[in-house]
Write a protein that binds this ligand. Structure first.
Ligand code: SF4
Ligand code: SF4
Length: 157
């Protein structure tokens, strides 16, 4: 790549950044003052139902991010999946392939952890129920709409 084209690409990147810095409509929202209402099919945190699981390991085998690992507890014959959210890219492949409906996405996405270790869920914890943090008082709900000219925007519900 020539120096000239390299400089041009840098200028293009900076001007794109400046354009979005001053644009009147932003793609991001000021969370938690504003909260986006998600669609029903949103791929958020995954809920695992061990009672339905048949230990086929398809979820672990299809995962492109190597986020699912099969665990065997001492004394148990079968292996059950656990998830590492450090790696998960929320592609939904594991949920789609599960033949027993033992995995489902929840609409919960606003979860924070304090350490990387907390992001690893063995089977018992993989089955936890996910709940979004309560909205701040006065928080306003918005929904995402697509605008031909401005791209993705957010409007009050
Ligand atoms: S959603 Fe995708 S990346 Fe995450 S655990 Fe499932 S298959 Fe792996
Ligand atoms: S694909 Fe479904 S049934 Fe198979 S191991 Fe994973 S969660 Fe269990």
């Amino acid at each position: 790549m020539s120096i000239l084209s390299s400089v041009k690409r840098h200028i293009d990147a900076i001007s794109t950044g400046l354009k979005y810095l001053f644009a009147s409509s932003r793609m991001t929202v000021r969370y938690p003052e504003y909260s986006i209402t998600l669609r029903d099919n949103y791929r958020g945190m995954i809920r695992y139902y061990k009672d339905k699981c048949i230990s086929c390991s398809l979820c672990a085998r299809i995962c492109p991010a190597d986020a699912i690992k099969m665990y065997r507890k001492a004394g148990e014959k079968k292996m059950y999946p656990g998830i590492n959210y450090q790696r998960c890219i929320f592609c939904g492949f594991c949920v789609s392939i599960c033949p027993a409906d033992a995995l489902e996405h929840t609409p919960v996405h606003d979860i924070a952890w304090e350490s990387l270790e907390e992001m690893i869920f063995p089977p018992e914890e993989f089955g936890r129920e996910w709940v979004s943090p309560a909205l701040e008082e006065g928080a306003r709900r918005v929904k995402a709409v697509f605008d031909e000219k401005r791209g993705l925007t957010h409007v009050p519900e």
